[in-house]
Design a protein around this ligand. Structure first.
Ligand code: RP5
Length: 163
């Protein structure tokens, strides 16, 4: 299954592109669109409504300011939706609160602001897809082991420098 990624504006792309990088590393296919809850509401709705039939398993929605994109997508699809707040104003706090405070029954699982959040949206999507994909689950285990090895190696180098 693929991951569907959408952002509210081309200005979000430098942050949103981090998602594709992580998914590529884990061998997960994805599609990416620029669609706005406010400027292209009909197209955003259509994209959300038809996502599942395109073989998408998780949706990642990235937006800044009064960030309604994740909520609109979650209103039109029953797939899991992850929201990424973009720092377009007010340090991204406006987007974070817009995305995270959804009414009960229409969740948008919200990650942190900006690039770290974008990367974690990809990691979270992989964890969800890995529940029903044994090969992906094995790649996830290997990636996590590599993370652990890197920190331990960094520490070993530091200890050597410190004598
Ligand atoms: C949001 O408004 C977008 O997601 C973007 O973060 C922000 C500003 O959009 P632009 O004015 O840069 O197009 O909808």
């Amino acid at each position: 299954m693929r991951v569907g990624i959408v952002m509210g504006s081309k200005s979000d792309l430098p942050v949103v592109s981090k998602i594709g990088g992580v998914l590529d590393e884990l061998g997960v296919a994805w599609e990416m669109r620029i669609l706005s809850a406010h400027r292209t509401p009909a197209q955003a709705e259509e994209w959300a409504r038809t996502a599942q039939e395109r073989g998408i398993g998780v949706l990642i929605c990235c937006a800044g300011m009064a960030a309604h994109l994740g909520g609109v997508v979650a209103a039109h699809s029953a797939l899991p939706v992850i929201g990424v707040p973009i720092n377009a104003s007010l340090g991204g706090m406006d987007a974070l609160l817009s995305i995270v405070q959804m009414p009960p029954g229409v969740p948008v699982g919200t990650v942190g602001i900006g690039s770290a959040g974008a990367k974690n949206a990809a990691w979270l999507a992989v964890r969800i897809l890995a529940l029903s994909d044994a090969e992906l689950a094995a790649r996830l285990v290997a990636a996590r082991a590599a993370m652990t090895a890197k920190v331990l190696n960094d520490d070993a180098e530091l200890q050597q420098q410190l004598g």
